[in-house]
Design a protein. Structure first.
Length: 277
């Protein structure tokens, strides 16, 4: 029996990338996983749908329910949480992962004064507000049951420059939200933690990969930054971090803080998938 048997989790933005990796690991640990996203059909340049994520979880022996949801739309988000409450009667884990990564990719390498104003709206709305909305909807049930974990997928961009002004502001706001929500939820035995993945081999990242002179996959970003993808994390590494936190009976001791996936791996004793696969 898996470590999370009987637990119910929601992972937002899980058609692909880190969200999919988290759903896979939670499902492999025997949690019932609800995944949200807008991708229900194979359209656009990137592969992945919420249905395919659900199938992949099932292939690992888990149970996953795919629910279409546009996290710009509060009514659709409310419907997701109502469905989970009606079908399961509990929410043990909420993973706030949904993010407008393809939109961010269009704005990399440009100073803030050259970006359209909707760059702020898109990144802050989906990168911060959507997480607040989901946490607001999950918290009452967690408080009622006297336990729960909210995991916010953030990054070191919260404390150092990364990508764009809007990216950094959004991640800093998310980590502050983690700290303040943790303060209010601690008396109810509900933990809130920020997780900082490193460079991750998502479908979007690999779509932009090139092979260097040594035959290694690299990602070159505007400004001359080059990342060796041979050293990058798999999406499932973040999933193992969330699963370890969710299974930790003492997780409240970590509440209110941000942790890198590598630090969590060292602390809990899990490793990443081998690369190349």
């Amino acid at each position: 029996m898996g470590a999370l048997a009987g637990k119910v989790a929601i992972v937002t933005g899980a058609s692909r990338g880190i969200g999919k990796g988290i759903a896979l690991e939670l499902g492999a640990a025997a949690a019932t996983v609800y995944v949200t996203g807008r991708s229900t059909a194979a359209t656009g340049p990137l592969p992945g749908t919420i249905g395919e994520t659900a199938d992949a979880v099932a292939a690992l022996g888990g149970r996953c329910i795919a629910v279409h949801c546009d996290h710009h739309n509060d009514a659709e988000v409310e419907a997701v949480f109502s469905q989970v409450r009606d079908e399961q009667g509990r929410i043990d884990v909420l993973v706030n992962n949904v993010y407008s990564a393809p939109a961010l990719a269009r704005w990399l390498g440009k100073p803030f004064w050259e970006l359209p104003l909707d760059a702020w709206d898109e990144i802050i709305d989906i990168g911060v507000r959507s997480h607040y909305v989901a946490a607001r909807l999950a918290a009452p049930l967690m408080v009622e049951q006297g336990a729960g974990l909210i995991a916010n997928i953030s990054s070191s961009g919260a404390v150092e420059y990364a990508h764009t002004v809007t990216y950094g502001v959004g991640k800093a706001a998310l980590d502050k939200m983690t700290a303040d929500m943790a303060h209010e939820l601690r008396p109810h035995n509900v933990a809130v933690v920020s997780i900082w993945p490193g460079m991750v081999r998502t479908e979007l990242v690999m779509a932009g990969a090139q092979t260097n002179d040594e035959g290694r996959p690299v990602l070159k970003l505007p400004g001359g930054h080059e990342f060796d993808l041979g050293r990058a994390e798999s999406p499932r590494f973040a999933g193992r971090a969330v699963a370890a936190l969710a299974a930790d009976a003492e997780v409240l001791a970590r509440s209110g803080h941000a942790y890198t996936t590598r630090d969590l791996g060292a602390g809990y004793g899990f490793t990443d998938l081998e690369w190349p696969p």
